[in-house]
Design a protein around this ligand. Structure first.
Ligand code: ADP
Length: 240
């Protein structure tokens, strides 16, 4: 994806994909696509699609990895080779190892893992299509998948990206915007608890800009949270 000059990214307050600065792409959520998993969900923000599956709680082997007082969450984030226009080489790389870790850290605070000593909950995030903001899309999907697996949770975790392009503060960066941004910030939170579980920032912002972006992220995560609850209700109402 080529570098563009800043002035081409937003014209008269309208982004190249016709969005307003505080507008997300079209968001789609579906729960329960993978029948062999204990829980699963697919979340799309425009052309970024994440498929998440949860397996467990199940006994953890080898035994020396077990924690006697608590269960553990293991997370693997992976970008499919066909998820980007230039084929991505398969398998883990530094980026996917880091994103797996921050995804786990973003979700752990929502789980009652102490109720499951010695067991593991395994979460997989597959990025089927990547067009920016894949880590936050994956976190939304995995949070839904954990809930659909019936894992006790204090709240759903909702996540979005915010950032700055061409001097304008924006919500939900697509791939082009991400590659050319002055700053991008990934935020995950438990909106009903007002707790932030992930905050990662690239680039430069003033304190006022960062505070403004956090306000935009809070508003956006609140909307995503409502959509997640509706996606779960849609699935389980249908099964009553
Ligand atoms: P995030 O996807 O969470 O925003 P990054 O900032 O690392 O994380 O990536 C930004 C975007 O760059 C991705 O969403 C994807 O569109 C693109 N990208 C990332 N890794 C690759 C890759 N190996 N090949 C091509 N594009 C990539």
């Amino acid at each position: 994806m080529g570098k563009k000059t800043d002035s081409e990214l937003i014209i008269d307050g309208i982004r190249l994909d016709k969005r307003l600065p505080d507008q997300t792409r079209e968001i789609k959520m579906k729960v329960g696509n993978i029948v062999s998993a204990n829980g699963s969900a697919e979340v799309a923000f425009g052309n970024t699609t994440a498929l998440a599956s949860v397996h467990g709680p199940r006994p953890l082997f080898p035994k020396h990895l077990q924690e006697s007082q608590t269960g553990i969450l293991r997370v693997r984030y992976n970008m499919a080779p066909f998820s980007v226009t230039d084929r991505k080489s398969p398998g883990p790389d530094r980026r996917s190892v880091e994103i797996s870790k921050v995804t786990r850290l973003a979700l752990e605070p929502s789980l009652f893992l102490d109720d499951y000593p010695k067991v593991t909950v395994d979460g997989f995030v597959e990025i089927i299509q990547a067009d920016g903001s894949t880590r936050v899309t994956g976190i939304n999907a995995l949070s839904l998948a954990l809930a659909s697996a019936g894992i006790p949770m204090t709240s759903l975790v909702s996540a979005c990206s915010v950032g700055k392009i061409n001097g304008t503060l924006i919500v939900d960066l697509n791939g082009m915007e991400d590659n050319n941004s002055e700053s991008d910030v990934a935020v995950a939170m438990m909106p009903d608890k007002d707790i932030v579980t992930l905050l990662q920032m690239d680039g430069m912002l003033t304190k006022e800009e960062l505070l403004h972006l956090l306000g935009l992220a809070k508003k956006t995560c609140g909307k995503i949270y409502e959509m997640q609850k509706n996606a779960l209700l849609e699935k389980y109402r249908g099964e009553e």
